[in-house]
Ligand binder design. Structure first.
Ligand SMILES: [Zn+2]
Length: 435
C-alpha cells in the first residue's frame, strides 16, 4: 500500500518536472515577446499535452486589423491551437484571445497573436511543419503520418503558399514557357506559366482553363514592368496563347516549343495507325500493326534489340502508318541544324514531301508548321538556348504533383499543390527549424 503510494508520488513529481522542462524548451524554440507559457499538463484522457499561455503583464494586445497596439476591451473564451505533436502526444497551446478597443479602426477587434493566423486552429509552426512534409509525401499520407486530417494539411499548405506568393520576389524574368495540363476528364485544362531562365526554373502562375481571359490573368498578375522585360517566350501552337503573347510581349522572341511539335506529330502518327489498324481488320488482312504503338512512337535509338527486329519487319510493309512513321523520323533531323536558314530549307522540303503523302493527319501537321514557320525558326535564332526539355521536365513534375494531392481534384487543391511544389516560394519566418 505504502509502496504504491510512494511510486505514485514519484511519478507525479517526475511529470511535474517534465512539464517544467517542456516550458523551458518551448521558451527556447517558440518564444514570443509579450506572451508567456504558464503551465503544461496532460489532458484528462492523457492523449494530449495542453500548454496554457497568457499575455505578459503590462503588454498590450495588438489589433489584428491595423496591427497597432490598443487598449484592452475584454477576453474571449479559451481557444486551442494545435502545435507540432511529439512522442505520440498531440500538443495544444491554450489561450484566451483579448479584444482591442481600437481607436484607429474605431471598432472592437480581436487581437493578433504571433503563433497563429486568423481563424485557423493550427499554429503557424505546425502549418509550416505539415506543409514541408506535404511536399515530400502525398497530402493523404501526410495526414496519416501525423494523425491529422486531410483538411488540416490543406489548411497548412494554403497558409504557406499564400504567404509565399505574397512575399516572393519576381525580379528580372528573361524567359517564360507556357503550357497546359489536363486535370480532369472532359477538356478540363490548367494553363501553367514557368520561368525557364538558365539560373532559375519555377512555376510562376497557374490559371483555370486555357482561354484568352484566363491567360490574360497571367500578364495582369505579373504587371507590365516584369512582362516588358521578358526576352523569350516558349509555347505551343494554341491560338489564344499565340495571340496574347503577340499583344503583351511584342518585343520578346516567341519560340514554338520543340516538345509540343514532337508531341503533335506523335499524335498524328497514332491516329494514322489506329485508323489503318481498324481498316485492315475490317478487310480481314493480317494484323501486322498489332501492338506496334510504342514501337512507332518511341525514338528508334531507344528501342531494345528485339524491338528493333520487329520494327524492321514492320517497315517492309507498304502501309500509310509506315510512311507516316518515316516522315516523323525524318523530321527529327530539323533539330540538328544550327543555322536558321538551313533549318528553314529543311522544314520547307519536309512540308513539301508531306503534303504529297496523301496522309491527312500528317498533312495537317505540315500545314500548321508552314503557318508557324517563323516561330519555329526562332528556336534556331535563339541559338537553341532554351531547351524545351526544361518545359517538358517541369510539366512532368506538375503531373506527379497532381497525382500526389489526389482525392480532391478541385481547382483550388491543384493550384495550391502546384505552387507548393514547383513555385520555389519563400517560406514564412519561423522561430525555430522544427525539422
Ligand atoms: Zn485597429
Amino acid at each position: 500500500m505504502v509502496a504504491s503510494r510512494v511510486i505514485l508520488v514519484v511519478f507525479a513529481v517526475a511529470i511535474f518536472h517534465f512539464m517544467l522542462q517542456l516550458i523551458t524548451i518551448l521558451n527556447r524554440c517558440h518564444r514570443f515577446p509579450g506572451f508567456v507559457y504558464q503551465k503544461a499538463r496532460f489532458s484528462s484522457d492523457h492523449k494530449s499535452i495542453e500548454i496554457a499561455m497568457r499575455p505578459r503583464k503590462g503588454s498590450k494586445a495588438i489589433c489584428s486589423r491595423c496591427h497597432q497596439p490598443g487598449p484592452g476591451y475584454d477576453q474571449l473564451v479559451e481557444r486551442r491551437f494545435e502545435f507540432i505533436p511529439f512522442w505520440g502526444f498531440l500538443v495544444f497551446l491554450l489561450y484566451s484571445m483579448r479584444r482591442v478597443d481600437c481607436r484607429c479602426c474605431q471598432a472592437v477587434v480581436v487581437e493578433e497573436v504571433p503563433w497563429a493566423d486568423g481563424k485557423r486552429t493550427l499554429s503557424k509552426a505546425y502549418m509550416l511543419f505539415l506543409a514541408r512534409w506535404a511536399r515530400r509525401l502525398s497530402w493523404k499520407e501526410t495526414a496519416e503520418a501525423f494523425r491529422t486530417s486531410w483538411d488540416k494539411v490543406f489548411d497548412a499548405v494554403e497558409h504557406v503558399v499564400t504567404w509565399g506568393l505574397e512575399h516572393r520576389v519576381l525580379g528580372q524574368i528573361d524567359a517564360i514557357g507556357v503550357d497546359e495540363i489536363q486535370y480532369a476528364k472532359g477538356h478540363k485544362y490548367l494553363t501553367l506559366v514557368y520561368q525557364i531562365d538558365l539560373g532559375i526554373t519555377r512555376l510562376l502562375w497557374v490559371g483555370k482553363e486555357r482561354t484568352i481571359e484566363s491567360f490574360q490573368g497571367f500578364f495582369t498578375a505579373m504587371g507590365k514592368d516584369v512582362i516588358s522585360k521578358i526576352v523569350f517566350v516558349c509555347s505551343d501552337m494554341w491560338e489564344p496563347y499565340l495571340k496574347l503573347i503577340r499583344e503583351n510581349c511584342s518585343e520578346a522572341l516567341h519560340i514554338l516549343d520543340r516538345f509540343h511539335i514532337v508531341a503533335n506529330m506523335n499524335k498524328a502518327l497514332d491516329n494514322v495507325r489506329a485508323e489503318e489498324t481498324s481498316r485492315m481488320q475490317r478487310e480481314g488482312r493480317a494484323p501486322v500493326l498489332r501492338k506496334s504503338r510504342w514501337l512507332l512512337l518511341r525514338r528508334s535509338e531507344n528501342l531494345g534489340a528485339d524491338q528493333h527486329f520487329r520494327l524492321r519487319d514492320l517497315l517492309r510493309y507498304n502501309l500509310k502508318t509506315v510512311r507516316a512513321y518515316l516522315l516523323k523520323e525524318a523530321f527529327q533531323q530539323l533539330w540538328e541544324y544550327n543555322s536558321p536558314a538551313w533549318a528553314g530549307k529543311f522544314l520547307d522540303e519536309w512540308c513539301r514531301q508531306t503534303m504529297r503523302s496523301r496522309i491527312e493527319p500528317m498533312k495537317k501537321i505540315a500545314r500548321s508548321l508552314r503557318n508557324h514557320r517563323e516561330l519555329i525558326l526562332n528556336y534556331f535564332r535563339a541559338q537553341k538556348l532554351l531547351s524545351s526539355g526544361v518545359v517538358e521536365g517541369l510539366n512532368n513534375k506538375a503531373k506527379v504533383t497532381m497525382r500526389k494531392s489526389y482525392g480532391f481534384r478541385t481547382y483550388r487543391v491543384l493550384e495550391l499543390a502546384l505552387y507548393h511544389s514547383l513555385g520555389k516560394l519563400p517560406e514564412p519566418d519561423a522561430t525555430h527549424d522544427f525539422f
